[in-house]
Design a protein around this ligand. Structure first.
Ligand code: PEP
Length: 254
């Protein structure tokens, strides 16, 4: 059994399935959350949805008391202050979030976020009691150049503060070229990167795979050793697709 799938102290094997709605979703789409709640939990599978900031409070109301956790998609490093348009980790927690995605490749590309910037945001998440999901992943050019492991491990070491807060951290391996493209690495390629990441993290840290996870490929991707769940973009927008992925994850709970 893969030790990284064990929930600390529980003896149960847990898969983490996290939905990233990105810049998608109006109030009308909140019914998808109602459908997730109505479907009930999948044994051994932890579910979370990270909607856009505009929906956080309303989503918190829909998910209150349910098995589906709420997460943010980013936070500022500071607690408060003159940072127009930004949201602090404390604000996310206040809105009901328990998780926050940090260092997503779209933030790194669109907003010039560096590893140091991500590291400061991870500190902020911990300060607010949130679990950060720290994203790392190589571009197509970096993979073609044969430096995937080097790039991913460098991002990880630059993005994670020391000492680590074991039990309050998730990492998502998301090859940039796989996000939203319908393309994925092979299971062996994913397994090799996850194994390398696992080698530098505390043993109970969930390492998620992200990049074009769909109901059709979820079982194959989640079966890979050291893969403890998925960060799901496009397929998280529809409850039916997200649930299908969660149920596929349930097959790897022992
Ligand atoms: C993501 O946004 O993190 C992601 C993996 O997107 P998609 O599933 O659409 O590739």
């Amino acid at each position: 059994m893969n030790a990284r799938r064990m929930a600390p102290g529980s003896g149960a094997v847990v898969q983490q399935i996290v939905g990233n709605w990105k810049m998608n979703g109006l109030g009308a789409e909140l019914g998808e959350l109602d459908a997730l709640v109505a479907a009930g939990p999948v044994a051994g599978v932890s579910l979370a949805i990270c909607p856009p900031a505009t929906l956080l409070s309303r989503a918190a109301g829909r998910l209150a008391g349910s098995h589906v956790m709420l997460g943010g998609q980013d936070c500022h490093a500071a607690q408060s202050g003159a940072h127009t348009g930004d949201i602090s980790a404390e604000m996310l927690a206040d809105a009901g979030a328990r998780l926050v995605i940090l260092g997503h490749s779209e933030r790194r590309a669109d907003h010039g976020e560096t590893d140091a910037c991500v590291r400061a945001k991870v500190e902020a998440a911990w300060r607010a009691g949130l679990t950060p999901i720290v994203c790392v992943g190589e571009t197509a050019a970096e993979r073609d150049a044969g430096c995937t492991h080097e790039v991913v491990l460098a991002q990880l070491s630059g993005s994670l503060p020391q000492p680590l807060r074991a039990g309050l951290l998730m990492v998502a391996y998301e090859p940039v070229w796989a996000i939203g493209t319908g393309r994925t690495p092979t299971p062996d390629e994913i397994g090799a990167v996850h194994q390398a990441i696992a080698g530098v993290l505390p043993p109970d840290t969930p390492i998620l795979y992200g990049g074009s996870v769909r109901p059709e490929n979820a079982a194959a991707l989640l079966a890979v050793p050291h893969v403890c769940g998925a960060l799901v973009g496009g397929a998280s927008l529809k409850a039916a697709d997200f649930l299908a992925i969660a149920r596929a994850a349930g097959a790897f709970v022992r």
